[in-house]
Ligand binder design. Structure first.
Ligand code: SF4
Length: 410
């Protein structure tokens, strides 16, 4: 059965809806997939991903809600740039594609799939069907180039169908299909101003190439017609004038393929998730913060955490809350797995400090206690012990001089 024909297991989907409770849900998208890849070893993150829980918004209204999303300025710039590309019958997009791909797009058929379809899941499904049909037509070498603006690709993510919306997905040139992405961050003197944003954009485009190949395969068309090289359309320098950059993303396509294959299956996740686990209370904004945080602690204690400060803080909306749970428990995992693994048999960070000061170790603590005591002695040698503050010397009482004698004023 192909990924297009696979049906989600309704029982599993229902179970995960219960896990989600009133927590805000989120559609799978490329950014979310990439973020999940960074924390996929964590059982809580895996259940939240499978249940489509939006980890950025579950803790809304608490002090543990992390800042997320783009700045309003970046969003405004993105909207303005997209509008510029589409203005006057996509005149700017035609110009930049003509220059960048050495093919005349003046009379290209540009089909805007963002218009004319309902803005919901049914609309995405319809657009995915049209995209597949048009891609097969492009592969048949039409007389003029073709551009699909807002193409939609379907994927199976861990057993549930997901839809991915691309920008100029499927630019047809001589039977070859090229993925295009519009980004509004500037490229100054040929260099992107934000390397992270460039990496994310290339990952996004690589995902579309991979899904495009699967779509072609499903339509009975040679998937090799999807090009390994994609185009990025970005503003040049600080203005909004568009320019085009071609990039090879073959290695990223392979990485994304491995990533998609590693997403836990919804049926397996549902089977292994205890019946008591739900984010319902955690997300309940009518409850006091203390109640919500206690519910969060219980859920994450039950599922388990794999806390790695670097990846959690950049890729999971639960990072501050997990860090707080670990801090409150004095859990060595607070400092990350690499350090925690070097402390086998030690229950808390305060115990680490005691052993570092030479406290007698229990049998279970011995492997870590010896290097800790050595580290403690080294620390004491290098960092001088603080000198206890001494009382300041008492100043002698000055003998009053004739000038110090209080004078009375008449
Ligand atoms: S922040 Fe917490 S839930 Fe998220 S990946 Fe890290 S340990 Fe897991």
């Amino acid at each position: 059965m192909t990924h297009h024909q696979q049906q989600p297991d309704q029982a599993a989907a229902n179970l995960l809806a219960r896990v989600r409770g009133q927590a805000p849900d989120i559609r799978a998208n490329v950014r979310r997939l990439a973020a999940f890849a960074n924390v996929h070893a964590c059982p809580t993150a895996a259940v939240a991903f499978a249940a489509r829980v939006d980890t950025n918004r579950v803790l809304a209204g608490t002090s543990m809600e992390m800042p997320y999303g783009q700045s309003p300025f970046a969003i405004g710039r993105g909207v303005a740039f997209e509008a510029l590309l589409r203005r006057h019958g996509h005149a700017e997009l035609r110009r930049v594609l003509t220059v960048g791909l050495a093919t005349d797009f003046t009379f290209a058929a540009i089909e805007n799939l963002r218009e004319g379809y309902p803005p919901n899941r049914a609309g995405l499904r319809m657009r995915a069907t049209v995209t597949q049909t048009r891609m097969a037509e492009i592969a048949g070498r039409p007389a003029e180039p073709v551009v699909l603006d807002g193409a939609v690709l379907q994927a199976d993510i861990g057993g549930l169908p997901a839809y991915f919306e691309a920008d100029e997905m499927a630019i047809g040139v001589g039977g070859q299909i090229i993925v295009g992405e519009n980004k509004s961050w500037p490229v100054v003197d040929g260099k992107p101003t934000d390397e992270d944003a460039l990496g994310a954009a290339l990952d996004q485009a690589a995902t579309y190439v991979l899904l495009g190949r699967r779509t072609l395969e499903h339509a009975g068309v040679d998937p090799a017609l999807m090009s390994d090289s994609i185009v990025l359309v970005t503003p040049r320098n600080t203005g909004l004038a568009p320019s085009l950059h071609r990039q090879d993303v073959a290695s990223r396509i392979r990485r994304i393929e491995r990533l998609l294959g590693a997403v836990p299956d919804i049926r397996e996740t549902a089977k292994s998730t205890p019946a008591s686990v739900t984010f319902d209370v955690v997300a309940d904004t009518t409850r006091p913060e203390g109640v919500r945080m206690e519910a969060f602690r219980q859920v994450t204690d039950e599922l388990g955490r794999v806390y790695e400060p670097a990846s959690c803080l950049t890729s999971c909306g639960f990072a501050w809350a997990c860090r707080q749970c670990l801090f409150a428990a004095g859990d060595p995992d607070l400092v990350g797995g690499a350090v925690a693994r070097a402390l086998p048999g030690i229950a808390s960070l305060s115990r680490v400090a005691e052993l570092g000061q030479g406290a007698p170790a229990s049998t279970a603590e011995v492997p870590a206690a010896v290097p800790l005591a050595r580290a403690g002695r080294l620390y004491d040698e290098i960092v001088p012990a603080p000198v206890p503050p001494t009382a300041p010397p008492t100043a002698p009482t000055p003998t009053p001089t004739p000038d110090d004698t209080p004078r009375r004023t008449a």
